[in-house]
Ligand binder design. Structure first.
Ligand code: FEO
Length: 161
């Protein structure tokens, strides 16, 4: 595989692991304010992000390269509200989308059809990721200060599989 493409894919593994770390930090915030359903939602997200990392890990391996791990940045932990958390989630997912798009462009540039095809799964996944974060954020914004509706929403968030 092209060296630059390999390096960027390796970086994406670390970015996905950072995503898992970020969502763990958000889960911990929700647990600390007793919104267990929101915490559960974030913990499911943690699992998804680990799977994203492993999917790229396996692909790198299949192509005969080896993933080299780097330190993972400390995630933010001082959140001011559930809205704040989901604004940060949406912003983060938009950055991940950009990163995936960058990889697709690089794969095209390097004429690596295999990698380009492999990345299509992530392009679709990012659409979903942004949509999910956006829809939760919009619901949270519409709730305002209605505590009892937030509690109802917490129950719903706890049903994520
Ligand atoms: Fe792996 Fe949330 O992007």
């Amino acid at each position: 595989m092209d060296k630059q493409l390999y390096k960027e894919l390796n970086k994406q593994v670390i970015k996905e692991l950072y995503s898992a770390y970020l969502y763990m930090s958000m889960a911990s915030y929700f647990d600390s304010i007793n919104l267990k359903g929101f915490a559960h939602w974030m913990k499911v997200q943690v699992k998804e992000e680990s799977q994203h990392a492993m999917k790229i890990y396996d692909y790198i391996n299949e192509r005969g390269e080896r993933v080299i791990f780097e330190p993972i940045e400390k995630p933010p932990y001082e959140f001011t509200s559930p809205v704040d958390v989901f604004e940060k989630t949406l912003e983060h997912e938009k950055n991940v989308t950009k990163s995936i798009e960058g990889l697709v462009n690089l794969a095209k540039e390097k004429n690596d059809k295999n990698t380009e095809n492999f990345l299509q799964w992530f392009v679709k996944e990012q659409e979903e990721e942004e949509e999910n974060a956006f829809s939760v954020l919009e619901k949270l914004k519409s709730i305002g200060n209605e505590k009892h509706i937030l509690i109802e929403m917490d129950v719903e968030m706890g049903k994520r599989e």
